[in-house]
Every structure is written in C-alpha cells, then in structure tokens.
Design a protein around this ligand. Structure first.
Ligand SMILES: [Zn+2]
Length: 255
C-alpha cells in the first residue's frame, strides 16, 4: 500500500512562519497540504508513546511535496502552524472549545475561527538574539537548539528515564532535562551529557533562570498567536482566552 496518497479532496498552499530561514540549510517555506483521509485519521488514533511524531508523520504524508527537512525536526512554531492548517483543510476553520469567562467565571462554550489566528511576525534578528546569548553572571555564551517536536519528546523521555534511574534523588528532573536537551553549545563547545550536567549544576541560579527564560521564549518566538477574544454570553463582557487543543480539533461534531 502506498503511504503517499493522491486521492485528496482539498489542497491548499501555505508559507511556513519561519520562512524556512532558521534551519541548518535554507528550505523552501512553501508547503502544499492535502486533506486527511480516513487512513490518516486511523493512524492518528493509534496508540503511541510519541504522539508528536505520529502527528508530524501525518502532516508530512499530507504534504504534496516532501519538505526538505522532516516535520518532526521543524521548529514548534512551523509544526503547530502546519497542524492547524491540516485541520483547516480537512475539517474547516470553525473550532468549538470551552473556556472560562474572566469576569463572571462561568464556563463559556464558544466557537472560534482557526483561520483568523494571527501569525506572530518572524524577526530573524530577535530570534537569533534569543537563540545565542550571554549568561548574566558567568558570562558563558549559550547557543540553544531550535525547539522541535523531536526535542520536546526527547526531553520527556529523558525525564522519565532519569526519574526511574534516580528514584531516591530529590530533584526537578524535568528542568534539568529541559536544559540538558536544549543547549547546543556552551562557549562554542558541544559537551556530553555528563560534563554538561556538571556545568549546569554549578551555574548561579540567576544564570539558570535566564537560560530557562530563553528556552521558553525561543519556543514561542515563531508561529501562531494563540490569543483570541470571546464575548461572554452570561455577562456580556469581552475576555481574552488561549487556543487549546481539545477533542473538537480532530473530532469536530458540527460536520
Ligand atoms: Zn462572563
């Protein structure tokens, strides 16, 4: 059976938020997506310990032309952008979700238009300043890896592994693994995990906060702006809420 389908019903072209300019080599940012088939949906529903890999593979299978790099290795902003567009070409733009009014605290069932979420303007210079920066106290020069679905799942699996291995040690392994996996180099040097951990342990806490802030900032530097406004049907006030992945994303009931 062929994995690449041609019997799609809808096809749309999109431009990656990163413009293809943040990877080791420049890639073509223009991606054409076809709608998902029943087989794609069954793949999505199959149990997986790496759900982001499953989705990345489905997105890639729905690209009319295979992208120059695996979707699994694209930055989170490009990956989530393609995931939204795949949902739109497959099920349309309307998305129902439940949120809470920040004025009267009632739960509000609302419908948003996924096609109207805005794109944060990609600023290459700003992006590079978040990616490579100096720590405030130790003055070490840090270069971060671009956060991809693969990196996110690597951090998760490493955290689980460490928690198992060092059961009796009282430590926030999640934070440790996030730093270990996210750093590309320190002062231009690539370290093995053991040496990197030694360096991280001795960092001033303020340096660690700067490191964590930049890791988080790099994740959201590119991609869709997930904030949108809702008018509360209970009190009539407007409030802002975040886009969240809910059951309606790939299982819309209003078909
Ligand atoms: Zn309200």
């Amino acid at each position: 059976m062929s994995e690449r389908q041609t019997n799609y019903t809808v096809m749309e072209g999109y431009e990656l938020p990163s413009k293809g300019r943040i990877y080791d080599k420049e890639i073509n940012p223009h991606i054409e997506l076809r709608s998902m088939t029943a087989r794609d949906e069954m793949k999505r529903l199959s149990p997986s310990t790496t759900p982001l890999k499953t989705l990345a593979d489905i997105i890639e299978g729905c690209c009319i032309e295979k992208p120059a790099i695996p979707v699994y290795d694209m930055c989170m902003g490009d990956y989530e952008f393609l995931l939204h567009k795949l949902r739109i070409v497959t099920y349309g733009e309307k998305y129902k979700l439940t949120c809470r009014c920040s004025h009267c605290l009632n739960n509000v069932e609302t419908e948003t238009n996924l096609g109207e979420l805005e794109l944060r303007e990609f600023d290459e210079e700003k992006f590079n300043e978040i990616k490579t920066f100096e720590l405030p106290i130790s003055r070490k020069l840090i270069t971060l890896k671009v956060p991809s679905p693969r990196l996110v799942e690597d951090i998760e699996s490493k955290t689980k592994e460490m928690k198992r291995k060092f059961k009796s040690v009282n430590l926030d392994f999640e934070t440790l693994c996030k730093m270990l996996c996210s750093i590309e180099s320190i002062d231009g040097v690539k370290y093995n995990q053991y040496d990197m951990e030694k360096i991280l342990n001795d960092l001033p806490a303020r340096d660690m906060q700067k490191l964590l802030n930049n890791i988080d900032a790099l994740t959201v530097a590119i991609g869709l702006d997930t904030i949108f406004e809702v008018t509360c049907p209970h009190c009539g006030e407007d409030f802002k809420t975040f886009f969240r992945y809910g059951p309606e994303f790939f299982r819309p009931t209003n078909i």
